[in-house]
Structures are given as C-alpha cells and as structure tokens.
Design a protein around this ligand. Structure first.
Ligand code: CTP
Length: 413
C-alpha cells in the first residue's frame, strides 16, 4: 500500500453539501490526518470559517491575497506542504475551473501549484452533473489523474432524485486513507464488472428477475479498485451503495447490460461477469398492464443475450472471468462453462444450503485451464479481495505467456 496522506488540504467549495464538510474534517483527523481547510468564497455562504477552524484546530484559509496568512505560510509553500488535496464538495463550477487551469483564487492556485494527488467529491444537481459540459470536464480531469469519489445517487437538496449527492464523509475519509492510489497489483488497468440481477419486462408494471443481491459483484468491484484498477461497474437494480472510487452505470435488462458492456470493454484489460443475467426475456412486452382475464396464462419467452459469451466471441476480448452459481455438480458445470464460454477463469459457488444469493458470506472454487483454488467461506469482501489477487496473478501470467508465444512465433519465422 502506498504511504497514507498525513497533511491534507481540504478544499470546500460553494454547494449545500458544504454543511457535511466539518464532519469530513473530523473523520480525516480521526484517521491521523492534519487538515488545513481552504474555503472558496461561495462555500462561506453556506458554512462559516469559524466552524472549520473549531473542528480542524487551524485558522481557515480563504483568500489568496491575505497578507498575514501568506506571511505565515505562502500559497506555494502550502501547495508543497500537502500530501493530498481533497475537494469536498466540488461544485460544477469548481470542476470547470480546475479542468481549464484557472488560478483566480487560493484553492485553484493550490491545485495548479501542487504535485500532490487531487481527489474531488462532486456535489451538484443531477442535471448539472449530467450536462455534457460537466461530463467533458470530468473526463479531462480523470485523464489527468484527478481521482473522483462519487457522486452518489439519491434525494438531493433541491428535492429531486438523481446522481449528484456528495458521498458520505465516512466513505470519503475511508477512500482518502485506504485506497492504494494505483499502487496495487491491478495498477494502470481498466476492469469492467457486471453485478446484480437483470429485469426483463413483462408489461409496464411486471418483470422477470432473480434473487441476486449484487453483493458479490459490488465486493469484487471494490476489491479491484483497492488493487489500483480503474473500475467500471455495470449494475442491474440493487439496493447497495456504489463502492468508493468506482464508476457505476445502471442498467435494467440483459440487452441494456450487453450494450453498455460492449462499449466499456473496448479499452478494458479485464472483464469480470458477476451479474445474474436473465437467460430468457419475453418474446413481446405488453404495452398495457396485462389483465387477469383467464384462469391459466402462458408467457412466451425467448433467449436473452449472454453478455459474457458475446464478449468472449468478440475480436479481441479482454481477460475474462466468469461466475457459476450452481445447485449441483459444481465442478463439472463450472468447467463446462469455462470451456464453452472460452474464459480465462471461472469462480464457482454452490447456491442454496444457506450459501450464495443475498448472503453476506460466500465460498468459491476458482478454476482455470490447468488449475484451481479453493477460497474458504468468509465475508464476500474478504473473498473478493482474495479473488482479485488471484485474477491479477493469472492475468500477469497470461501476458507473459502471450509475449513468450509471440516471441517464439517471431523466432520461428
Ligand atoms: N452470464 C452472462 N449473460 C447471461 C448469462 C450468464 O453474462 N445471459 C454470465 C454470468 O454473469 C456468469 C456466467 O455467465 O459469469 C455464468 O452464468 P450462469 O447463469 O451460471 O450460467 P449460464 O451460462 O446462464 O448457464 P445455466 O443458466 O444454464 O447454468
């Protein structure tokens, strides 16, 4: 794990979520951080500098032109002092100014002058977050290595519901202190993970689905993120929070999941399919609610796309990891799927018997061509971390094998 930040500049910009930032200061200090708060002008409309001074134990910096503060520690010195800059909440306007290299106040100047990693926790109305201008700024900042925590989905201060809430301070502090900052075994790699069930519509109010809670897939996404990967989580409808630092794309049906995954795996290194995708969908979705007009009723189903198998058949698939949830003949069924879907690895578990779906614990046997490993029953997160270590190991070996094969082919020419 890379060294943890001790000296943190916490930037607070002008959004209503600023009322949560004093709590974040506490959480960062609880974890051993020294926190220097820097507030934008807008932030001071929501919370007073005195509040931050009281919780951080340090005078708050608000102005680039404050002679006394500059004499004590100039802004360039402050930029050097910081091991990490965390901006929470980060408004759409702040992201825009950061993306375009503005240095017209203390916080933007510090961000330009520092060599420390910058982490932002955006908070804004969901339409502002979805706006193409904001999304373009987010892409630019991500490319330059700015780390994003959130935003979360949920009810917003404006009363609307959507993506734009600031992530909870406890989780921001956790991410600032525990993520390996790209130093783990999946450093520099993009990992796409599917999780949760899918829903196949019958009519406007009914659907076919299954008991998957998404817990295993979410744990795998978190573990891959902790191991340093950039993680995109393609999720069916579930009731669990997005792991910190993970980019989540929500889908409903198998067809939607396939479309998003096809787009996302183009530049991915590893694809982990943990979703319980529906194997069948309705041949026709009723446009109006179906009425109970007769005693018996038959639904006509047709095959839904197999997301994993489709990616496996594509021209240059990434390293492929599947899951197999089985009620019997676990090994035999898992090995059959490993071969038929041309996977690099498959993680098999027995469902039923108080194991598997919707439980916090799980046990897995992981198979690959020529080997297997048992991962004993433990929490899904602990299990996911072991699985990710194993995936990283096999992925590295696959790259060395491929290089050796290519070298041999070149020599043979
Ligand atoms: N999978 C998928 N798309 C589907 C079905 C499965 O991507 N339509 C993926 C799952 O995410 C999992 C793997 O394929 O990684 C195996 O899923 P499972 O449902 O156990 O196997 P199936 O291939 O559907 O076979 P069966 O239901 O007959 O056991």
């Amino acid at each position: 794990m890379s060294s943890q930040p001790r000296k943190i500049v916490l930037g607070v910009t002008g959004g209503i979520a600023a009322y949560k930032s004093p709590d974040l200061v506490r959480r960062l200090i609880d974890r051993g951080g020294e926190v220097q708060v820097v507030m934008s002008r807008g932030a001071q409309q929501f919370v007073t500098p005195l509040t931050f001074q009281a919780v951080s134990g340090r005078p708050v910096r608000t102005d680039l032109w404050d002679e006394a503060a500059e004499a004590a520690m100039g802004h360039i010195e402050l930029a050097r002092w910081a091991d990490a800059i965390v901006v929470a909440p980060a408004t759409a306007e702040f992201l825009a100014r950061l993306a375009h290299g503005f240095a017209d106040d203390l916080l933007t100047t510090l961000c330009l002058a520092t060599t420390a990693p910058i982490t932002v926790a955006p908070a804004m109305n969901h339409q502002m977050w979805a706006n193409p201008a904001t999304q373009a700024n987010v892409r630019l900042l991500r490319e330059r290595g700015v780390r994003f925590i959130g935003p979360d989905t949920g009810e917003q201060a404006c009363g609307e519901v959507g993506v734009g809430r600031m992530v909870d301070p406890v989780r921001i502090a956790e991410e600032v202190f525990t993520v390996r900052g790209g130093d783990g075994p999946l450093k520099g790699l993009k990992v796409v993970v599917t999780a949760g069930p899918t829903r196949e519509r019958i009519d406007p109010v009914r659907f076919i689905s299954n008991r998957s809670s998404g817990k295993m897939g979410y744990a795998v996404a978190q573990a891959a993120r902790e191991a340093g990967a950039r993680v995109v989580l393609v999720s069916g409808p579930v009731q669990i929070p997005t792991p910190v630092g993970v980019e989540r794309i929500d889908v409903e049906s198998a067809d939607q999941m396939l479309a998003v995954v096809q787009e996302q795996v183009r530049d991915a290194d590893i694809f982990i399919a943990a979703a319980a995708v529906s194997d069948y969908k309705c041949r026709e979705v009723a446009r109006e609610k179906i009425k109970k007009t007769c005693d018996a009723f038959t639904l006509s189903l047709t095959r839904a796309p197999d997301v994993l198998a489709t990616i496996s058949r594509s021209e240059s698939p990434p390293f492929l990891v599947g899951f197999a949830a089985e009620t019997e003949n676990v090994e035999q069924n898992a090995l059959a799927k490993l071969t038929s879907k041309k996977l690099d690895m498959i993680a098999a578990n027995k469902v039923g018997d108080n194991l598997g779906f919707d439980k916090d614990d799980n046990a897995l046997t992981v198979y690959w061509n020529g080997g297997h490993k048992e991962l004993a029953r433990t929490s899904k997160l602990a299990l996911a971390r072991q699985l990710v270590e194993l995936i990283a190991e096999r992925y590295r070996l696959s790259k060395t094998d491929r290089k050796a094969t290519t070298a041999a082919a070149v020599r043979a020419q």
